[in-house]
Design a protein around this ligand. Structure first.
Ligand code: AMP
Length: 214
C-alpha cells in the first residue's frame, strides 16, 4: 500500500500514519520527523533545515526531494509506505512522481485529511510530543496518563517549538499558499481521496480504511 497523506499541520496525518503503518507493516516516512532527528543529531541537513523549521517555513524542495528519494529507494518501501508531510509543494509532487517511476513503485492514493481551521488551531495549541519516540498527545482530548511522560516509552513530552501560536500562523500560511494546490494536482491524476479528520482517532482510521481498503 503506497500512500501519500495530505492535510494541514495538526490534521492528524502523523497519528494516522503511525496507526496504519503498524497495521499494514509498511514504513511511516515523515519528513518532519526526519528533519527533527537531523536537527537533534546536528547533521549538515539538520543545520540547514533548522532555521526553516524554527520560522514555520518550508525547507527548500532541493533539500527535501533528495532525502525522500533516498528513503524510498530502501527495500522496506517496496511493498508499501505512508508518506506523511511530503509532498508539500507541486514541484515536490512532480519529483515524487519521477522518483516512483524510476523505482518502479505505484502510488495508490493521496488521502487528504480535511478539517476546520478552528479545530486545527485548537489541536496544535494542545499538542505535546514525546522527545524520545515522537508519540503525539493532546492535553485536552488525549492526555498522557502521567502528565509530562509518554504512554508508549515513558520519555519526556514537550511542546514543539513550531506548535507555538506565532509559528502555527506561519505554517498555515505556507500550507495555504504552497500545499493546498496539491489537491487539484492529485485530483487531476485520479488518485485523490478525502477523509473527515475531525473525529476521534479510531473513527478517522475507519474512514481511511474505507477509502483505501486494507
Ligand atoms: P511536520 O512535522 O510535517 O509538521 O513538519 C515540520 C516542519 O518540517 C515543517 O514546518 C517544515 O519546516 C519542515 N518540512 C517537513 N516536511 C517538509 C516538506 N515536504 N517540504 C518542506 N519542508 C518540510
Amino acid at each position: 500500500m503506497h500512500l501519500v497523506f495530505l492535510g494541514a499541520p495538526g490534521a492528524g496525518k502523523g497519528t494516522q500514519a503511525k496507526v496504519v503503518s503498524a497495521l499494514w507493516n509498511v514504513p511511516h516516512v515523515s519528513t518532519g520527523d526526519i528533519f527533527r532527528a537531523a536537527i537533534k543529531e546536528g547533521t549538515p541537513v539538520g543545520r540547514e533545515a533548522k532555521g526553516y523549521l524554527d520560522r514555520g517555513d518550508l525547507v527548500p524542495d532541493s533539500v527535501v526531494c533528495g532525502i525522500v528519494r533516498e528513503r524510498l529507494a530502501r527495500p522496506d518501501c517496496r511493498s508499501g509506505f505512508i508518506l506523511d508531510g511530503f509532498p508539500r509543494t507541486v514541484p515536490q509532487a512532480e519529483a515524487l512522481e519521477a522518483a516512483l517511476a524510476e523505482l518502479g513503485l505505484p502510488l495508490k492514493a493521496a488521502v487528504n485529511f480535511a478539517i476546520d481551521r478552528a479545530v486545527l488551531v485548537a489541536r496544535l495549541s494542545a499538542r505535546v510530543t514525546c522527545k524520545a519516540c515522537g508519540s503525539v498527545f493532546n492535553t485536552e482530548s488525549n492526555p498522557p496518563k502521567v502528565a509530562g511522560h509518554c504512554d508508549a516509552c515513558g520519555g519526556e513530552t514537550y511542546v514543539r517549538d513550531d506548535d507555538r501560536p506565532e509559528t502555527v500562523a506561519r505554517r498555515l500560511e505556507e500550507y495555504d499558499r504552497k500545499t493546498a494546490p496539491l489537491e487539484s494536482w492529485y485530483r487531476s491524476k485520479g488518485i485523490f481521496h478525502e477523509v473527515d479528520a475531525s473525529g476521534a482517532v479510531s473513527d478517522v482510521t475507519a474512514a481511511l480504511r474505507g477509502v483505501v481498503g486494507g
